[in-house]
Design a protein around this ligand. Structure first.
Ligand SMILES: Cc1cc2nc3c(=O)[nH]c(=O)nc-3n(C[C@H](O)[C@H](O)[C@H](O)COP(=O)(O)OP(=O)(O)OC[C@H]3O[C@@H](n4cnc5c(N)ncnc54)[C@H](O)[C@@H]3O)c2cc1C
Length: 320
């Protein structure tokens, strides 16, 4: 099949990819958005978004349906079942993008493949996976749904400690479960956490993992196990927050763009340029992302707006 020529290919039709497509297509650039599944990304998994400015409440699928409609109105082509398997810079002006079926040649690429929450992989996690049923992966997104409820928070890194502190502002009681006997998070955060532990808002249980999440319609308890003694016990709760990390969907970009040791794509955080001229990045797959809908869209819009500067003058790429 002949190569498909276009101005811009966007890799991933989550909130970031669709926001980029809105701007590039409204600027009259031929825009193709490729997604390995259906459009939507992670936000498709929630039925309650309450922190997108200007929208009081909307479900993830409803928001995505509007985003898709909006960018298709301006001519963006969104293709599902199109997993990008390789990207190669051909010459100064052209970049090749391959899926199993097609080859695209574009002047600009915007990478928005997102990240997945690392899971516990325990029984019950899938059954109750969304904040309404009681399992969440994002304190900033979902803490407010657990006002005056009892929750368990699992993890020990910076995000776990920060999000647990955030949870204690809403939940009547937070129990933090950590598999080691000390935290690897920054000292200043740990100190703040330990101050809160002195109140009745927070308990911390060390050397312990969660082996099962239990309930009927929604979460009612978690089964916990002490890793040193092997002792198992059940703790009742209304929700379980899993803060054990993110895995960026960037395996196919190894050797293409610079990434950090976890696979998050490096970029400058003014224009979201990678180290390869013509390849921008946006959203949850970039390093130091805030992992929120509005910030993912914000990155993407910035990249889409500034791609014009690069097309006008490729030397712009290396300017501060
Ligand atoms: C249950 C849940 C609730 C949430 N609630 C909120 C909330 O209330 N408020 C908030 O601000 N944030 C919330 N978030 C976080 C928010 O969903 C993310 O920050 C946002 O989706 C990131 O957007 P993104 O476009 O960068 O990545 P993603 O949403 O992850 O989208 C990436 C897309 O790229 C596709 N893709 C990956 N690899 C490839 C490839 N090789 N080729 C083609 N396509 C590929 C994926 O299929 C996916 O569609 C929630 C997340 C979850 C899981």
């Amino acid at each position: 099949m002949a190569d498909i020529q276009t101005d811009v290919v966007i890799v991933g039709a989550g909130p970031a990819g669709l926001a980029a497509a809105l701007y590039t297509s409204r600027n009259r650039f031929d825009t193709i958005v490729l997604d390995k599944f259906i459009p939507g990304g992670q936000i498709n998994l929630t039925d309650r978004i309450e922190n997108y400015p200007g929208i009081v409440k909307i479900s993830g699928p409803d928001m995505i349906a509007e985003q898709v409609k909006q960018c298709e109105t301006f001519g963006a082509k969104i293709k599902g079942n199109s997993e990008v398997i390789s990207i190669k810079k051909l010459d100064a002006g052209n970049i090749e993008v391959k899926t199993d079926e097609d080859t695209y040649i574009a002047r600009v690429i915007i990478l928005t493949p997102g990240s997945d929450y690392r899971r516990l992989d325990v029984p019950g996690e899938d059954t109750f996976r969304n904040a309404g049923a009681g399992v969440s992966y994002c304190g900033t997104c979902d803490a407010a749904f657990f006002r005056d409820k009892e929750v368990i928070a699992i993890g020990g890194g910076n995000v776990a400690v920060e999000d647990t502190i955030h949870l204690t502002r809403f939940a009547s009681k937070t129990t933090m479960i950590h598999r080691r006997d000390e935290f690897r998070a920054e000292k200043i955060l740990v100190e703040e956490l330990l101050e809160i532990e002195k109140t009745d808002k927070l308990d911390i249980i060390y050397d312990t993992v969660c082996t099962q999440i239990n309930g009927s319609d929604r979460v009612e308890s978690a089964t916990l196990q002490n890793v040193k003694t092997g002792e198992t016990f059940e703790k009742s709760c209304d929700g379980v927050f899993v803060f054990v990390g993110m895995i960026p969907n960037t395996g196919f970009l190894k050797g293409v763009v610079d990434m950090d040791e976890h696979g998050f794509i490096k970029c400058d955080t003014t224009y979201f340029r990678t180290n390869v001229p013509g390849i921008f990045v946006a959203g949850d797959c970039r390093w130091n992302a805030a992992m929120q809908l509005v910030t993912a869209c914000g990155d993407a819009v910035t990249a889409a707006v500034f791609m014009k500067e690069y097309l006008r003058d490729p030397e712009w790429w290396t300017r501060a």
